[in-house]
Design a protein around this ligand. Structure first.
Ligand SMILES: *[C@@H]1O[C@H](CO)[C@@H](O)[C@H](O)[C@H]1NC(C)=O
Ligand SMILES: *[C@@H]1O[C@H](CO)[C@@H](O)[C@H](O)[C@H]1NC(C)=O
Ligand SMILES: *[C@@H]1O[C@H](CO)[C@@H](O)[C@H](O)[C@H]1NC(C)=O
Ligand SMILES: *[C@@H]1O[C@H](CO)[C@@H](O)[C@H](O)[C@H]1NC(C)=O
Ligand SMILES: *[C@@H]1O[C@H](CO)[C@@H](O)[C@H](O)[C@H]1NC(C)=O
Ligand SMILES: *[C@@H]1O[C@H](CO)[C@@H](O)[C@H](O)[C@H]1NC(C)=O
Ligand SMILES: *[C@@H]1O[C@H](CO)[C@@H](O)[C@H](O)[C@H]1NC(C)=O
Ligand SMILES: *[C@@H]1O[C@H](CO)[C@@H](O)[C@H](O)[C@H]1NC(C)=O
Length: 583
């Protein structure tokens, strides 16, 4: 008779169960595996299984195994079971590895709802029982702060500006002619203006220079609104003859206008500025008789770009006088080229204390910087604000070859006094425009700083007493160094938010040293405008332009044009045009 032995190995305890019956047929054969159940339902349990050996009945277990040639190891086995993890957990190395907010052997326990960072875009998570609550940063909304709030929803941009939505802010893309955050400010008060440009195509101009004049006019159109109710432009090119390339009403939008400007041809010849002024008068006369579709009359401006070397100077002067009767709003003369005749420019331009319209630039590339200045001219009704701190700096070096006729050093003092008087008459009063008074050679001497609060009268008295200490060197670098270190310091009465100006009075022509560029750049980076007034008859305008912050910050005072300073008034009191000012 055979006896089946069921060999069970459990926790290393060897148990023999003798089973009689039919389970095993042949001696020394293993019975089939005997299953047991999994110890857990998830998270990885263990299941054991065992089987017995069919032994001859006369042998004990040990002898049976030996006899049958088996060992215990094959009688027992275990397997892992239910390797199951919940909520995204994963099973490895014998246990569940849960996502941050879950815990427990099967990842069934919800720990902290915020650990998964459910709040997007910088939102702050607050843990609640089995839920969370996001507090979003400004600009985002939604349960998880997933929605970028549309700041453009309220149509904040004015004057046709396009709104660009960003996180917690918006940006207005302004149509040409408007600026500021909401496009609420117009570059130019949109009052209709007629602008007649006279371009010099004479032999003294190269074709390249002429092209740059065209580019200049084209650039100018970017700064004004072109249209039947706004700005209209006419161009007259002149050399031996003057040709009205197009009239004011020919081009009523910027695109066709620009195209027409591009198509104007260089046509060299002698310089009949007189004919150009005569043509300009005809255009101006018809402009003055016309009303715009919106019922308004336009103001009429004439811009003459020339080197001032006309062939018939007397005729030019006469035609300029005729033209002035028909364009009372202003004639600007823009001197270009190396050899500009300032006298002729002044003959051409309107000159009154409130509209001094002579500009000079020594090369065409500088013309661009003047565009803004020209636009300002058309904004004479703009609101004025004049909180400015102005440092007057008088160059102690006197170059006698330039200055003789203007009494040397005292000529510079006179010029500075004149500017102070002008400020008074032009409404930039003591409270708005503060003035500091210095002189410089290789060092800077201060006669009045902002905190001294001198009245205009006291300033004039102080100027008249400034001694001429030094005549060795004109060190503009030292002057600029003073501006950088001390000039506008609050300790010396400089005001936060005030516009800052330096006006250098010099008779020019001294070499600039190695540190000059460095000092000048520092001054400009501070937002300070440097205006240079050259006093004398032999002034090297190039030198002045090296120092000045822009070409139109150069003023030349010679004996004939000894009253040119009033151009500065616009600088000191000008403020942006305010669109509310519509008549
Ligand atoms: C989330 O928190 C805010 C601020 O504490 C509260 O006003 C709001 O009712 C909360 N929302 C939920 C869903 O708990
Ligand atoms: C013309 O003016 C419009 C609107 O002011 C502007 O969007 C466009 O770029 C201008 N076109 C040219 C060619 O300057
Ligand atoms: C000019 O103004 C008139 C009256 O305000 C208006 O009817 C017309 O449409 C305007 N024209 C343009 C091109 O804006
Ligand atoms: C015209 O404008 C362009 C681009 O703004 C500038 O580079 C160029 O110097 C300007 N030209 C003149 C003559 O002002
Ligand atoms: C300047 O300010 C003072 C003090 O605030 C004031 O009394 C004076 O009237 C002001 N002067 C002018 C011209 O505004
Ligand atoms: C300039 O400012 C300083 C400091 O406020 C002051 O002591 C000095 O007297 C002022 N005047 C001059 C002419 O330096
Ligand atoms: C001018 O002054 C500056 C600053 O004080 C100094 O560095 C420079 O050497 C001076 N230049 C001359 C030519 O003396
Ligand atoms: C004085 O002025 C003349 C004429 O502009 C110039 O040639 C000369 O270089 C100047 N001298 C000095 C030292 O600046």
């Amino acid at each position: 008779m055979n006896i089946c032995l069921l060999v069970i190995v459990f926790f290393c305890v060897f148990i023999v169960i003798v089973v009689s019956g039919e389970t095993c047929t042949n001696v020394c054969e293993w019975a089939p595996w005997h299953e047991s159940s999994c110890s857990v339902t998830c998270g990885g349990g263990t299941v054991y299984r065992n089987r017995g050996l069919c032994c001859p009945s006369n042998l004990n277990v040990h002898d049976c195994l030996t006899n049958c040639g088996k060992d215990y190891s094959d009688s027992q086995d275990y397997l892992t079971c239910n390797e199951k993890c919940f909520n995204g957990g994963s099973y490895y190395s014998g246990s569940c590895h849960c996502l941050p907010e879950y815990d427990g052997p099967c990842c069934l326990d919800h720990t902290n709802e915020c650990l998964s960072n459910p709040c997007l875009n910088g939102g702050i998570c607050a843990d609640r029982i089995n839920e969370y609550n996001c507090t979003c940063v400004l600009g985002y909304v939604g349960v998880n702060c997933e929605i970028d709030y549309n700041e453009c929803a309220s149509n904040p941009c004015q004057n046709g500006g396009t709104c660009e939505d960003h996180v917690n802010f918006f940006r207005c893309i302004c149509p040409s002619g408007f600026y500021e955050d909401l496009c609420e400010i117009g570059i130019c008060h949109p009052q209709p203006a007629d602008m007649i440009f006279l371009l010099d195509s004479s032999v003294s101009q190269t074709e390249l220079n002429f092209m740059k004049q065209l580019e200049f006019v084209s650039n100018f159109t970017d700064h004004v609104l072109i249209g039947p109710n706004d700005t209209q432009i006419s161009v007259i090119a002149f050399s031996s003859d003057a040709i009205v390339e197009f009239d004011l009403t020919t081009h009523n939008n910027n695109i066709s206008l620009k195209k027409a400007i591009q198509n104007i041809k260089f046509n060299p010849g002698i310089t009949r500025t007189d004919k150009a002024l005569q043509k300009a008068k005809e255009v101006a006369v018809s402009a003055r008789q016309r009303r715009r579709p919106n019922g308004k009359r336009a103001r009429v401006f004439v811009f003459v770009i020339t080197d001032g070397m006309s062939t018939y100077r007397e005729k030019t002067k006469q035609e300029a006088i005729n033209l002035k009767k028909f364009s009372p709003d202003g004639i600007a003369a823009i001197g270009i080229g190396k050899q500009v005749s300032h006298q002729e420019l002044r003959d051409i331009a309107t000159s009154s204390s409130s509209s001094p319209y002579v500009f000079s630039v020594d090369n065409f590339d500088s013309l661009y910087t003047m565009v803004t200045q020209l636009v300002h001219i058309t904004c004479t009704e703009c609101s004025r604000s004049s909180v400015s701190d102005v440092i007057l700096m008088i160059d102690e070096y006197v170059n006698t070859s330039n200055a003789e006729t203007l009494n040397g050093f005292s000529g510079l003092l006179d010029s500075a006094s004149k500017l102070i008087r002008l400020m008074d008459t032009l409404g930039s009063n003591d409270n708005d425009t503060h003035i500091s008074l210095t002189s410089f050679s290789n060092t800077v001497r201060t006669y009045a700083n902002f905190s001294d609060h001198l009245s205009r009268g006291e300033l004039l008295l102080t100027i008249s007493k400034i001694p001429h200490v030094d005549n060795i060197i004109s060190n503009v670098s030292a002057a600029l160094h003073y501006i950088n270190m001390d000039g506008f310091k609050m300790a010396y009465g400089g005001r936060l938010g005030a516009r800052k100006f330096v006006v250098v009075f010099t008779n020019g022509g001294y070499n600039l040293d190695a540190v000059f560029d460095l000092e000048r750049n520092k001054v400009l980076e501070k937002g300070v405008k440097i205006i240079v007034v050259g006093v004398g008859n032999n002034i090297d305008v190039d030198y002045l332009q090296h120092i000045a912050s822009s070409p139109y910050h150069v003023i030349v005072e010679t004996e004939e044009l000894y009253n040119n300073l009033d151009i500065l008034e616009r600088e000191f009191v000008y403020d942006a045009c305010d669109l509310d000012f519509i008549d």
